[in-house]
Design a protein around this ligand. Structure first.
Ligand code: SF4
Ligand code: SF4
Length: 392
């Protein structure tokens, strides 16, 4: 989105400061603002920057200004708390400045991997396209490009290339097959959903991948796509329609699908998993949706014998962001890890021995923070625990 397209929303912020913290629990909400304690990092400061740019009082060549704009995880805490008329467009404003920066030749070096990776290999890690299906190499799973399937599992760039996270897509495929679902994958023929490109301001690349995903699924006759990547899920569900590309298939996150299969009795959780856990709501499954997927993960966890679920103080709509979103992990890894560690400390304070989530980007960032800060906490995807509970 160009800055010109958001002009009408640039004058709504009253700088009241309400969006800085979750009002009724008096806990911080904005990771960027909380880390640097400067107005320019909060939503109010970012909107003021966009306004000054639109009025020609600031220039895109200002490095410090661009740094503020890239220090936004897109967690949408500000959008949720703010009550003024433009409140649902705060991240659109941030995204528009990022788009404007790229259009004017201000290329963030940290995003080179994403940009050139997409252009040459259709993934955000610049890894070989023909290695995209490696995570499933030894699995007996249908290829949706060769055989008709009821459900297409879209692994996404992160789960396809981060070997430490392969347990998630592998567990999901196994859970779905176990439940009798006719599931297939695209393997090396899968491409990025385009979500990361959108968030960092590459609007053209985003549109290209949105079109590709929808046309490809239509050509294959796909009726349902399941994702365990919360970014990819939110991209297909929320962002494609923003540019008038409406998927002709049902988009489900794996927690929605697993919850449905538990309710229909196709998944039976019989084995005891003795664990005290707390659940981290990924922003893309919460504030990015209306309504957020807050109950299904909790219901799944409560259905697993032996699991004790303890809530963190900031939960559901008031969840603290993991810090990895919207390109912050690439552009500002220090902020990203700091935000994750804040969450790990909050999780530990509950007395839980494990933090469970349902997003690969959250898991990646938490695993990195556990190592960086030597935190004694196990990190699981919810699929790991479901798989343990159904294993013979
Ligand atoms: S974004 Fe909304 S809540 Fe935040 S300072 Fe501006 S008006 Fe207040
Ligand atoms: S989206 Fe999140 S990180 Fe960005 S300004 Fe709003 S609260 Fe802060």
């Amino acid at each position: 989105m160009a800055l010109e397209n958001v002009r009408e929303w640039l004058y709504g912020c009253t700088r009241c400061g309400t969006c800085k913290s979750f009002s009724n629990i008096f806990e911080p909400g904005c990771p960027a603002g909380e880390r640097y304690k400067l107005e320019s990092y909060y939503a109010s400061g970012k909107q003021l920057i966009a306004r000054a740019l639109a009025e020609g009082k600031l220039s895109l060549s200002d490095d410090e200004m661009r740094e503020r704009i890239y220090a936004c995880t897109g967690c949408l805490v500000c959008q949720q708390i703010c009550g003024v008329f433009h409140h649902e467009h705060i991240f659109d404003i941030v995204q528009s400045v990022r788009t404007e920066a790229i259009s004017n030749g201000f290329f963030h070096p940290a995003y080179a991997m994403i940009y050139y990776g997409l252009r040459s290999e259709d993934n955000v890690f610049r890894k070989p396209r023909n290695e995209r299906g490696e995570w499933a190499r030894d699995l007996d799973v249908k290829k949706a490009t060769r055989q008709k399937v009821d459900v297409l599992y879209h692994a996404g760039c992160l789960f396809s290339y981060e070997q430490e996270l392969w347990h998630v897509p592998r567990n999901i495929v196994s859970i779905l097959q176990n439940a009798g679902v006719d599931v297939g994958i695209m393997g090396e023929e899968e491409a990025c959903c385009g979500g990361k490109a959108y968030e960092i301001g590459y609007s053209g690349e985003f549109a290209k991948y949105a079109r590709h995903t929808v046309e490809n699924a239509s050509a294959l006759g796909i009726k349902t796509i399941v994702l365990s990547c919360s970014d990819g899920y939110s991209t297909m569900k929320n962002l494609y329609p923003k540019i008038n590309i409406v998927p002709q298939f049902e988009v489900l996150h794996s927690i929605e699908f697993i919850y449905q299969l538990i309710q229909t009795g196709q998944i039976k959780l019989k084995r005891e998993v003795p664990l005290k856990v707390t659940y981290h709501d990924p922003c893309h499954l919460g504030r990015h949706l209306d309504p957020g997927l807050y109950d299904p993960p909790r219901e799944i966890l409560k259905s697993i014998p032996g699991i004790e679920l303890i809530e963190m103080e900031r939960n559901r709509e008031k969840s603290w962001c993991c810090g990895a979103g919207s390109g912050v992990k690439q552009a500002n890894p220090e902020l990203s890890l700091w935000a994750a560690n804040e969450r790990l400390q909050e999780a530990q304070a509950t007395g839980a021995s494990a933090l469970v989530t349902a997003c690969g980007w959250c898991e990646r960032n938490f695993l990195d923070a556990v190592r960086e800060y030597s935190v004694n906490l196990k990190i699981y995807d919810i699929a790991d625990l479901v798989r343990l509970a159904i294993s013979p």
